[in-house]
Design a binder for this molecule. Structure first.
Ligand SMILES: [Ca+2]
Ligand SMILES: [Ca+2]
Length: 272
């Protein structure tokens, strides 16, 4: 009886240790909630849905001073981003990609939760159109600029804040309010044949126009104005196999406890 209880306890301990080891191996996989906020002044710029990906560094959509690629044009002109998502998937097939938010008006926020392998995909890349504009966007030029997780899987970059001075002009469509998304007919365009450059000053040229959301636009931006924030929240993902092992271990301990109580009962009974 004593030897059997000891064997059961040892089996439970081994099961729990194994479950713990499995949980540790899975700790790199977490649920990441991405929250985007439009920080621009009221009546100022809005943003198209943000295209994003957790990745290993294989996708670079554009370069400062370079001719805009079809993928970044798909974000900058109209915001749909289909070519950006497809190029990302082709360049980095194991990346975790997504799109968050609808049209994000000043003061608004939106969230999306994705399951991320932080060991495989510790880097973060994003791209989203600024409206009103013909071809303005936010995004990171360097794919390695934002390393969110360290080697232990800890979140080291809780948020990314974009200022007006970091807004890009894709250089692919000439400035024309009549052809600008949010204030004009976005189906119209005239090729600009220029290169990707920083540009937020041109947004003030839309001042006084009525936007698609019904308000009269007023840019209200200086280079240092914060216009957009991307925040990250991490929560663990219990792995089903580990849960099963933990449950088995706990049930086993309960079984041993019951056996111990059962073994004690006869001695508690009155002798008569
Ligand atoms: Ca680049
Ligand atoms: Ca342009």
């Amino acid at each position: 009886m004593q030897a059997s209880t000891s064997r059961s306890l040892r089996a439970c301990a081994l099961a729990l240790a194994a479950a713990g080891a499995t949980l540790s191996a899975q700790a790199a996989v977490v649920d990441v909630t991405v929250t985007v906020q439009n920080l621009a002044p009221a009546s100022g710029i809005a943003f198209a849905p943000l295209h994003l990906g957790f990745h290993s560094g294989g996708f670079d959509a554009f370069n400062l001073g370079g001719v805009a690629s079809a993928p970044i044009i798909s974000v900058a002109e109209g915001g749909a981003g289909g070519a950006w998502q497809a190029a990302f998937a082709a360049a980095d097939p194991t990346a975790t990609r997504g799109t968050v938010g609808g049209l994000l008006l000043p003061g608004a926020s939106s969230s999306l939760t994705l399951r991320v392998d932080t060991a495989l995909n510790p880097l973060f890349t994003f791209a989203g159109m600024v409206v009103p504009s013909n071809d303005f966007f936010i995004g990171n030029d360097n794919p390695a600029e934002y390393r969110l997780f360290d080697a232990t899987g800890a979140l080291t970059t809780p948020s990314i804040t974009v200022t007006a001075g970091e807004i890009w002009d894709a250089g692919s469509e000439v400035f024309d309010p009549a052809a600008a998304a949010f204030v004009g007919n976005n189906d119209l365009r005239t090729a600009q044949n220029s290169v990707v450059a920083f540009n937020f000053a041109e947004l003030a040229a839309f001042n006084g126009l009525t936007t698609g959301a019904g308000y009269t636009f007023s840019s209200g931006l200086a280079a240092g104005s914060e216009v957009y924030r991307i925040s990250f929240g991490v929560s663990p993902v219990p792995e089903p196999g580990s849960l099963a092992m933990l449950t088995a271990g706990l049930l086993g301990m309960g079984f041993v406890a019951r056996r111990r109580r059962a073994g004690a009962e006869p001695r508690a009974l009155p002798a008569a």
